[in-house]
Design a protein around this ligand. Sequence first.
Ligand code: FES
Length: 285
Amino acid sequence: MLAALATLPGAVYEDPDYFSAELSQIFGSRDCFALHTARLAEPGERCCLLVGGRELILVRTDPEEVRAFPNRCLHKGDPILRRGESGRSGVIRCPHHGWTYGLDGRLIGGPGFSTPRERAPCLPELTCSVVGSLVIVRPEGTKRGGKLAWTSAGPLRRDEVSVSVKTIRVAANWKLVSVAMWNREWIYALPNLFVRHHEAGRVLVRIEPLSPDATCMEVAWASSISTIRDDRLIDCDLSIPTAEAEARQRAIGGTDDRTLQEALAITATEVDRAMESAAPYLLRW
Ligand code: FES
């Protein structure tokens, strides 16, 4: 990616409306990396993550399956889990008024009522798939009519059994973070994923746009050994030069007279092209 991004108007790095359009048209509608399967190892384990600007609940329903739901209760629409929360249980219970869901998202009851299974409403399920040791999700839409491109490759296996995760907040637009990673020759595999092999494992970097000028990087060091030393995370060349990114952002500002819609189309095309070139590499793992 992302040579063409250097020619985009400055507003694509600063405009909140443009940022919302990116979340919807680039991250929301494409397949995004959510987390490594080692973080949801056992049935009943769940966690709440921001993926492509949407807060999602991901839950391991059986040894082969992970499901994804928006983190919104059917009762009053409040969040069911806190962002970053994880745990393990046979049900998912909303803390506000006690509505309770099965692991398949079906409402199974609450204080003073129970719901006949055949008439029970469900949390809207998102398209989600386990590809090797990666959980891939499409943050917008519903499972109906949704099929991830990655499932067609069949189940892949890596014997990674453990993962250690750190979160870094970078004061730069996500495109500048992407360019910085790209320049360091990380493999750019999905709109929000960069990967690099490293000694006995690989490093997965999930980028999450937070605002026009802030990006979260979730760094997961996945390995076939059961205990990962924390210092290995530090050892993975992840120095995103914030000052350099900011200087670049200033240099780019206002240098192009394209419309923002044209710019969005260029960004989306660049992301698709990069994903296409990375796909054969990703699918070999
Ligand atoms: S908002 Fe969840 S039970 Fe009321």
